[in-house]
Design a protein around this ligand. Structure first.
Ligand code: PLP
Length: 477
């Protein structure tokens, strides 16, 4: 493809993209295909000879689009949002055209210096204190893994990396990590990858607001120390995935400080709400945190992937992850940020560009307006549900998430209610007009209602609620 052809196709693709954003609402939100249906449309072998782009685009539309779940649909209420925006997409196009590898300052000084600056902008927007330095990771899962690895290294005087866990465990005792029973599964994954073993993860029970119980955390830490184990990290969550529990950083942080334990804060989703001054109560006690992660790729209009990872002591992170083969040495080392030492992969995309485009295009005020609108919509939707006698709120609206179930009069058997709500979720998602996912709240099957798409308006939420009512009341019991 020469550049003239590229230009022609690029114009057509941009037109397609703009049309898609305009008409995304016309698609079923969740892909309406069965497993294997898309693969069956694809030839088993690659083409021997190149094909025209027109043919590829035709097949994209015909064979792939039916298997797309539309995350940018205004009636996407599943999981957490991964919203994007036109400026973010423009920046992704430029990123693709530049094709940079941002592993070292030298491999693109603009990328490294923009990353530092834009993450400091974001730090100010979130109300995080001075003294936190940011880096962009691909995901909150990676940021949490890097934090747990750093906590492990700090706790072992950086000897686990050198000698292996078996050698240091003889001196330190088995290392333990703490989170709440509601914490995201990425913490368990990180503990496994860090070689600490799943059995070393203590899942502390939560209170009625789904927040970690600090008294139980303190008791668990003390019991582990008394048994000769070494607590290395506590992960506190702002906005748990199931029902938006907000762990209280101050009492948790005091426990960490008392015992020299690393405190990592996972605010992957809820962190975006910190751009609202009225939500910053969640940060009370942040001075105890060693690291913090939030995802602009969830609720801040920035295309996946872009995870903002802040650390109090970048040297500790770098010392944990740095490698220095001859081929990566540059004369500027030591004077600049070489971000390959701040995360797991060597190669890194130019992710700061899209965040820069987003923050500059919208400004803080419009981003605040969007997040505020989603929070207000969720609060209203929860109140409609609460007002119906045959529905039940299982978790109240916190930020832009709540959980509910259908509970018609006369059915009290929990298993029957679980089955009924499973059937309701399936039917809603098959209908294609809105998309929801489930969780368990205190053991009960619950449907999550999570609001966060850029184009979601009140009418979408009202229509979804009408659909829920109608579908539920039409279910066979
Ligand atoms: N932490 C929380 C609280 C989450 O809700 C999620 C994902 O939804 C994650 C971590 C993982 O995020 P990522 O996909 O960026 O790894």
């Amino acid at each position: 493809m020469n550049t003239d052809e590229f230009r022609r196709h690029a114009h057509a693709v941009v037109d397609w993209m703009a049309d898609y954003l305009d008409r995304v609402e016309q698609y079923p939100v969740k892909a309406q295909v069965r497993p294997g249906e898309i693969a069956a449309r694809l030839p088993p072998a690659p083409p021997e000879m190149g094909e025209p782009v027109e043919a590829i685009l035709r097949d994209f539309e015909r064979d792939l689009m039916p298997g797309v779940t539309h995350w940018q649909h205004p009636a996407f209420f599943a999981y957490f949002p991964a919203n994007n925006s036109p400026p973010s997409i423009l920046a992704e196009m430029l990123t693709a055209a530049l094709g940079l590898q941002c592993m070292l300052w030298q491999t693109s000084p603009a990328a490294a210096e923009l990353e530092g600056r834009v993450l400091d902008w974001l730090r100010r927007m979130l109300g995080l204190p001075d003294g936190f330095t940011g880096v962009i990771q691909d995901s909150a899962s990676s940021a949490t893994l890097c934090s747990i690895l750093t906590a492990r290294e700090r706790a072992t005087g950086w000897r686990a990396n050198e000698h292996g866990l078996a050698a240091v465990a003889a001196e330190t005792g088995p290392m333990t990590v703490y989170c709440s029973a509601e914490t995201h599964s990425s913490v368990e994954k990180a503990v496994k990858i860090a070689g600490l073993g799943r059995a070393s993860l203590r899942k502390i029970p939560v209170d009625a607001t789904f927040a970690m119980r600090p008294d139980t955390l303190a008791a668990a830490v003390e019991a582990d120390i008394a048994a000769g184990r070494k607590p290395v990290c506590v992960v506190a969550t702002l906005g748990t995935t199931g029902a938006s529990g907000i762990d209280r950083l101050r009492p948790i942080g005091e426990i960490c400080r008392r015992h020299g334990i690393w405190l990592h804060v996972d605010a992957a989703w809820a962190g975006a709400a910190l751009i609202l001054p009225e939500q910053r109560g969640m940060l009370d006690g942040i001075e105890y945190a060693d690291s913090f992660v939030m995802n602009p790729h969830k609720w801040l209009l920035t295309n996946f992937d872009c995870s903002a990872h802040y650390v109090r002591d970048p040297e500790a992170l770098i010392r944990t992850l740095a490698i220095l083969p001859e081929y990566l040495k540059t004369p500027e080392r030591g004077q600049v940020d070489d971000y390959r030492d701040w995360g797991i992969p060597l190669g890194r995309r130019f992710r700061a560009l899209k965040l820069w485009f987003v923050i500059r295009t919208y400004g803080v005020a419009a981003l605040q307006e969007m997040v505020r609108k989603h929070i207000a919509l969720a609060r209203d939707a929860a109140s409609w549900i609460e007002a119906e006698t045959d529905f039940e709120l299982l978790a109240p609206s916190v930020l832009a998430l709540f959980c509910f179930r259908y509970r018609p009069r006369g059915i009290d058997d929990e298993q029957r209610l679980d089955r009924l709500n499973e059937a309701l979720l399936l039917k809603l998602n098959e209908g294609g007009r809105a998309y929801f996912t489930q969780t368990r709240v205190s053991g009960k099957y619950a449907i999550r209602f999570s609001i966060g798409q850029r184009t979601t308006e009140r009418r979408h939420v009202e229509a979804a609620w009408a659909e829920i009512r109608e579908t539920a009341r039409g279910l066979e019991r």
